[in-house]
Design a protein around this ligand. Structure first.
Ligand SMILES: Cc1cc2nc3c(=O)[nH]c(=O)nc-3n(C[C@H](O)[C@H](O)[C@H](O)COP(=O)(O)O)c2cc1C
Length: 163
């Protein structure tokens, strides 16, 4: 199975914990991402505490689905980086790797936007007591999927320009 052509955003989860070895595998996938100059500006919070998960689900108006997840990974970005203009792309690549590995492991997840919206970044930083040196990038709730969602075929030849 190719997860690129199978992954969908999963927002409902069954009441079952995610095995620690799967979490480690997902974090390995995140850190296997490319980054500008190989700067790897990321750090990851792994949240399984129910009360904290509930608080995180209220840090954005569009993060409510996170409340039911058994685990949330919060990729964060170091403010000190060699190529600061590229850190958003680096964190995006790591986050997509998380979504793909999640799918490959039979789990489901969704990317919930936090950065660059100051209000959401501040709210997540407060909930997790994230130090000043880090910026929370997004929330990725993960769990065993409650729904089976076939992926849309979004290939659109009109967006492609062969020269
Ligand atoms: C940068 C970014 C921010 C997103 N933020 C949210 C969000 O706040 N809440 C949400 O439910 N989904 C969010 N999503 C998921 C998108 O809604 C989803 O990827 C899109 O609808 C396509 O569906 P698919 O992932 O199933 O292909 C976000 C995705 C990206 C890439």
């Amino acid at each position: 199975m190719n997860s690129i052509f199978h992954r969908t955003s999963i927002r409902t989860y069954v009441d079952q914990a995610v095995e620690p070895e799967k979490i480690t595998q997902i974090l390995k996938a995140a850190m296997a991402a490319p980054s500008a100059g190989n700067q790897q500006p990321w750090e990851f919070y792994v949240v399984t505490d129910k009360a904290t998960i509930e608080k995180l689900s209220r840090t954005s108006p569009y993060a409510g689905c996170a409340a039911a997840a058994p685990v949330i990974i919060v990729p964060c970005c170091r403010k000190e980086a060699r190529f600061p203009e590229n850190v958003i792309m680096d964190l995006s690549a790591a986050s997509e790797n998380i979504l793909l590995e999640v799918d490959a492991l039979g789990l489901g997840a969704v990317w919930l936007g936090i950065a660059p919206l100051e209000e959401r970044m501040e709210a997540v930083s407060q909930v997790l007591s994230i130090p000043e040196t880090l910026i929370p990038f997004c929330l990725i709730p993960i769990g065993y999927p409650q729904q089976v969602k076939p992926q849309q075929d979004r290939y659109d030849e009109s967006r492609v320009h062969f020269i």
